[in-house]
Design a protein around this ligand. Structure first.
Ligand SMILES: Nc1ncnc2c1ncn2[C@@H]1O[C@H](COP(=O)(O)OP(=O)(O)O)[C@@H](O)[C@H]1O
Ligand SMILES: [Mg+2]
Length: 428
């Protein structure tokens, strides 16, 4: 759904029109992804939209692809990128020469080595020594949300090259030469209640006291009162998978299996997951989540529903939000890459646009809006920004539930992020 853009967004758009690159920051729900969709549609010139993960790319939509697939970056054995080891492949050079604007959503999840590599590839492909070879950038993110994934065995090269084992996008070396205007969006759309917004803001900054915890812990579920249809959010992938399997097992009836079909090159490198499971196991009565936007807006990526009937060529689903029942056919995803002025398809994937919908990891929920959530707190939240991302998926505190009380250490923040924002405030 398109929204009118705000005055602060209008100013960002104005900068982009003048060819000035912008780093657009703003809390969860300030309409950053929505603004990308607007900019993508209206900017004059050729626009490419990328994101660090497949989920984030799907979330922003409009032909967005992962950074890895756009820049054709193969995985490396060490997992750490050194730009000088990467040649500019001719196909990537063609893409980069032809693009006027590069938009990156969820840039806060981009590692600095990857960003330095992107910059180096763009500069070399375009044969111009300026930052990104002169491509105008719109970089969008929120450093209070999830940080880039740096595995423990990868920390050493980050310490050696960037000075910190927990390196961020803003540590990228190319930013020293790059001119980025930093703009912060302030109006949050996803939540309306001032009280809930204040709570989320404090969680994001790690400013947690007894009163705030009591307020949140008032949302702990009593025994046998699990709200029907609420999404369980957990930091742990195995926990999410286990919960989905358990719930499916517990349902009566027989399991139907739907096998997805790939052709050509679909979803490449880097352990990216498919948009819908390749082996989709369902029963009638199962809770599901949609994994694409409905062709006529009947549902969006992330909408919830319940399986009513399983047929070979369609699945009848009742939407949770609107109580409407509809027949869902297979969906075809295209893996597309811009080539010259147009996008070309490198491969396709056909599957029903559904996955089991009882539980998701926090990582998968970043960018989404959820109707009702249960934060599973049998083990603690372990990463910076995790609790903030999970809580900020809800529109109101009444739609948030907890399995167990939270403790102050669940609201982890990284000193480096706090300092980064403090530096910005001082500069402006
Ligand atoms: N300009 C706007 N006016 C009204 N609602 C908006 C606007 N921009 C976004 N929204 C709504 O706010 C919610 C969050 O928007 P989104 O773009 O996903 O935020 P972000 O990417 O900053 O987390 C969505 O439900 C979206 O439809
Ligand atoms: Mg977003």
């Amino acid at each position: 759904m398109a929204h009118a853009i705000t005055a602060e967004q209008e100013r960002v758009y104005g900068s982009l029109l003048l060819g000035r690159s912008v780093l657009l920051l703003g809390a969860a729900g300030t309409g950053k992804s929505e603004f990308i969709r607007h900019a993508r549609k209206h900017l004059p010139g050729r626009v490419a939209v990328v994101a660090p993960t497949g989920m984030a790319a799907m979330n922003v939509g409009v032909g967005a692809v992962t950074i890895h697939s756009f820049f054709q970056i193969p995985p490396t054995a060490s997992g750490y990128f050194q730009p000088e080891l990467f040649a500019v492949k001719s196909r990537v050079a063609g893409l980069l020469k032809n693009v006027d604007y590069l938009i990156v959503d969820e840039v806060s999840m981009v590692r600095p080595d990857l960003f330095d590599l992107m910059e180096s590839l763009a500069r070399r492909a375009r044969g111009k020594s300026e930052f990104f070879g002169g491509i105008c950038l719109l970089l969008v993110g929120d450093f209070h949300q999830l940080p880039p994934v740096i595995r423990s065995e990868e920390r050493e090269p980050f310490r050696a090259n960037y000075g910190f084992p927990n390196a961020y996008f803003f540590d990228a070396k190319c930013l020293r030469n790059g001119e980025l205007a930093v703009v912060r969006l302030t109006k949050v759309f996803r939540q309306r209640s001032e009280k809930f917004l204040d709570l989320l803001d404090r969680i994001s900054r790690g400013d947690v006291d007894g009163a705030l915890l009591r307020e949140l812990n008032g949302r702990v579920l009593g025994t046998n009162s699990e709200p029907q249809g609420a999404l369980i959010i957990t930091p742990y992938r195995e926990a999410a998978e286990r919960k989905n399997e358990e719930e499916l097992d517990a349902l009566p009836g027989i399991v139907h299996e739907y096998v997805g079909q790939r052709s050509g090159t679909f979803l490449p490198v880097n352990g990216e997951e498919l948009p819908s499971p390749e082996r989709l196991l369902l029963k009638e009565g199962a809770a599901v989540l949609f994994t694409c936007n409905g062709p006529k807006g009947e549902w969006v990526n992330g909408s919830g529903g319940t399986v009513k009937r399983l047929a070979r060529d369609h699945i009848v689903v009742q939407l949770t939000a609107r109580r409407r029942t509809l027949a869902v056919g297979q969906h075809q995803w295209s893996h597309i890459l811009p080539k010259g002025d147009e996008y070309v398809e490198t491969g396709t994937y056909r599957q029903f646009p559904l996955r089991l919908g009882y539980a998701l990891t926090v990582h998968r929920t970043q960018g989404k809006t959820c109707d009702e959530i249960i934060l599973q707190r049998d083990r603690r939240f372990f990463a910076h920004g995790q609790l903030y991302v999970a809580l900020s998926r809800a529109r109101t505190i009444e739609t948030v539930h907890l399995t167990q009380p939270l403790s102050p250490t669940d609201a982890l923040t990284d000193r480096r992020v706090v300092d980064y924002y403090a530096g910005l405030a001082g500069a402006s």
